[in-house]
Design a protein around this ligand. Structure first.
Ligand code: FES
Ligand SMILES: [Fe+2]
Length: 410
């Protein structure tokens, strides 16, 4: 792969903490680099293990040019495959989700086992060796109810993610939850603008009246950089730790993931307009609604940020579609035994974040239009509020530079 000397110059000379040049949000060649060197190389959050309740449950996703299917085998193991038939390439599973004893390609009915092996192919004649035509495997790992996949031939070590995420997440038993609602929207902006907007709350008070009722916008309270600690967040950590829950700000050495538990405003328990729980049953009986859990936040670049509360959890999955277009999938997880209409009202459960996503989507689209101006010449970040934005960009630029050397991009 080759990129122009101009783009290489932009990448080499970007100072730590500085904004990116407009080409990073508009240029097809940079977008191709983002896909080849970041999204096709890193571990990506794909979905939840609770979306795959039984043998043959599957869901699909599109990662750039790769259709992927994630399926639970008869042995209970979650596996991922390129969702492209080894006959003539049709998508084997065209639906977003389903359950089947075998994966049957709709085109000519080549039939695959849940472990990806080609099980049957009609009229292929003597000498056709089925064992050569299994679905291409995609690396797959699960941790505390989260499914991660990696398209790289040799994936990065998953152990650091497991080490960091497991102790924070496992107590919330999300592997035993259920998805109450999924929203998928397309934002008219580059995936990095979606992330930059997520990594600061400088914009929250003016743009997110619903979220601002329960979610503090003070960086010292939301673990934006971990540099400043408010007494309220320290109290939250000590309280949660007394319940056996790891909570202190932790950024991985490479900056790719962060876990931290933060307090909500006042006595709020959940992201509702009142602050009251949206779900009457806690995610797990170990931590009743009144446990004072605050919100466990974690992000894992480049695909996911998350909030885990006492009554529900929300996951966000970022998948680029083009230089100026990004898919955002949001899922609300609740106790598996919670009954819609009895234990929770779907409108109430989803109201704050559907509104927030909608507001952020407009922000990102407007940001994309402005950034695309050939005269784009950004000012500095607010040191008090936008440390998370430069942290994200430093990670991204570092990843791109390292990957370019590793994968010999000229
Ligand atoms: S392309 Fe799948 S069976 Fe022919
Ligand atoms: Fe926002």
């Amino acid at each position: 792969m080759e990129i122009s000397s101009y783009l290489r110059h932009l990448l080499r000379h970007r100072e730590p903490g500085a904004p990116l040049a407009r080409e990073f949000y508009t240029d097809e060649a940079i977008f191709a680099l983002d896909m080849d060197l970041v999204f096709y190389k890193e571990w990506l959050f794909a979905g939840h293990t609770c979306e795959l309740p039984g043998t043959g449950s599957y869901f699909t996703l599109q990662i750039g040019d790769y259709p992927v299917v994630v399926v639970r085998g008869a042995d209970g193991v979650v596996r991922a495959f390129i969702n492209s038939c080894r006959h003539r390439g049709a998508r084997v599973c065209p639906d977003a989700r389903g359950q089947a004893p075998r994966l049957v390609c709709p085109y000519h009915q080549w039939t695959y086992g849940l472990d990806g092996r080609l099980f049957a192919a009609r009229k292929m004649g003597e000498g056709f060796d089925r064992s050569n035509y299994g679905l291409r495997a995609v690396h797959c790992n699960t941790v505390a109810g989260y499914v991660f996949v990696c398209l790289a031939e040799v994936p990065p070590d998953f152990a650091p993610a497991r080490r960091q995420l497991e102790p924070f997440l496992a107590p919330h038993r999300l592997d035993e939850a259920k998805v109450a609602f999924t929203s998928t929207i397309v934002e008219e902006g580059n995936w990095k603008l979606v992330w930059e907007n997520n990594r600061e709350c400088y914009h929250c008070a003016q743009n997110h009246p619903e979220l601002a009722r329960t979610y503090a916008d003070a960086p010292a309270l939301t673990g934006v950089t971990g540099l400043s600690e408010d007494p309220a967040i320290v109290r939250q950590w000590e309280h949660a730790e007394s319940l056996g829950l790891p909570s202190r700000f932790k950024l991985s050495d490479d900056g790719q993931m962060r876990t931290v538990r933060v307090p909500l405003i006042g006595s709020a328990v959940s992201y509702t307009l009142s602050g009251e729980p949206a779900v009457r049953r806690p995610l797990t009986d170990t931590y009743p609604l009144a446990s004072g859990l605050g919100a466990l936040l974690f992000f894992h670049y480049p695909t996911s940020w998350n909030h885990v509360l006492a009554d529900h959890a929300i996951s966000f999955r970022v998948l680029p579609i083009g230089p100026r277009r990004t898919q955002l999938t949001t899922q609300w997880l609740v106790n598996r035994d919670a009954v819609e209409g009895v234990d929770y009202d779907l409108e109430e459960l989803t109201h704050v974040w559907l509104s927030t996503n909608d507001q952020d989507s407009r922000i990102v689209a407007e940001n994309q239009i402005g950034v695309s101006a050939p005269s784009y010449d950004p000012g500095p970040y607010s040191a008090a509020h936008e440390g998370g934005v430069s942290q994200f960009l430093d990670w991204y630029v570092g990843r791109l530079r390292t990957a370019m050397v590793l994968h010999h991009v000229a």
